[in-house]
Design a protein around this ligand. Structure first.
Ligand code: ZN
Ligand code: ZN
Length: 353
């Protein structure tokens, strides 16, 4: 079958690969759609970052490695020990792999596992392929009422929901979002669903700003307006919460100073390097800075994956709004190139094998 393999920086190839044998606790999925993530793009443009050059200590995976960690499909085979899933079931894959024995795993924080790996990043079974074999505990059932291709958006929306939960966002809060890529737009949708009132989005790209405006946000172009002044003027000195979703020095500092005293800043981005910041902006205003990393592992009650599936089923989110293109496996290398162009109007590209 065909799959997209990551060989190194700017070296992503569509290849014919052997299909993975099905272990007794595994399921084989006929992949319907897989999203290209900002972190995939980082690996392509500046990696390897998380893609293991030496075998990953827990999974043994190393590059060349099959990419794709945001995907959905239908189960086409189950291993002998799998009883909870059946052939034909529509599912989403939760890519988190964890050891089960470190202090975080035993405390129920598997997403912070000391030897964490992700399917399609540091574990085999990536979704840029016709089929994927993953452990049965990685799959989350998707109701037939949700189009299968939209299942690929459950992962990025779960990242956004975890960030919103870290912020303790409640109805009536004022919110600023710095960066309107897929995660920034998903946070904007979820902040709306959670009852945010004054909602600001700062984003330099026109196409992304327009989408944020469609969601009811007040948009700011940071290249022609100082976003913090506008936000502070409109919110009596700052928002309750800010989300940093761009990963650069300016947005890091703007996110902090755009909040009110005693406000909360959630840092969602992965940064390519250190930034310069003044700690007094946090100290003197008693602000709180929170990190947020992925989402709850596996399939469990109250997990972000399950909550997002319910919100999608309930019509409270609009995943189509994030999708700007759908491509075939063969076009994945060009997809990466189009996403990295600064003037690109792309947001989320779906790959349909
Ligand atoms: Zn992702
Ligand atoms: Zn662990």
């Amino acid at each position: 079958m065909r799959a997209v393999l990551y060989h190194g920086r700017e070296d992503v190839r569509v290849e014919e690969v052997d299909s993975t044998p099905l272990g007794p606790g595994d399921v084989r999925i006929d992949v319907e759609a897989a999203g290209i993530c900002g972190s995939d793009l980082h690996e392509y443009a500046a990696g390897p970052i998380f893609m293991p050059e030496d075998p990953h200590p827990m999974t043994g995976a190393s590059i060349p490695l099959r990419m794709g960690h945001e995907f959905a499909g239908r189960i086409m085979a189950v291993g002998d020990d799998v009883t909870e899933h059946a052939v034909g079931d529509p599912v989403v894959v939760n890519p988190i792999r964890y050891c089960g024995s470190c202090r975080y795993c035993t405390a129920g924080q598997q997403h912070l596992c000391a030897s964490i790996a992700l399917t399609g990043v540091s574990a085999n079974g990536g979704g840029f392929a016709e089929q994927s074999v993953v452990p049965a505990e990685s799959v989350v059932p998707l109701p037939e009422s949700i189009p299968l291709r939209l299942g690929a958006l459950v992962e990025p929306f779960s990242v956004a929901l975890h960030a919103v939960r870290q912020a303790d966002l409640t109805a009536g809060d004022s919110v600023a979002v710095f960066g309107a890529g897929p995660i920034g737009l998903a946070i904007t949708q979820l902040a709306r669903a959670a009852g945010a009132t004054d909602l600001f989005v700062s984003e330099p790209r026109d196409a992304r700003r327009e989408r944020a405006a469609d969601l009811g946000a007040t948009t700011v172009d940071p290249t022609d307006t100082a976003p913090i002044h506008r936000i502070k003027r409109a919110t009596d000195g700052g928002t309750d919460i800010a989300f940093e979703v761009a990963g650069i020095e300016q947005t890091y500092n703007d996110a902090i100073t755009s909040t009110r005293r005693d406000g909360t800043v959630v840092v969602v981005s992965m940064f390519e390097g250190p930034v310069e910041t003044h700690p007094n902006t946090v100290v003197m205003a008693e602000r709180t800075i929170e990190g947020t990393m992925s989402y709850t592992a596996g399939d469990r009650n109250g997990s972000e994956f399950r909550s997002i599936i319910k919100l999608l089923d309930d019509g409270q989110l609009d995943p189509e709004q994030l999708i700007t293109d759908t491509i075939l496996l063969e076009a994945v290398p060009e997809g990466f190139e189009s996403l990295r162009t600064p003037e690109s109007e792309q947001i989320k590209i779906l790959v349909e094998p």
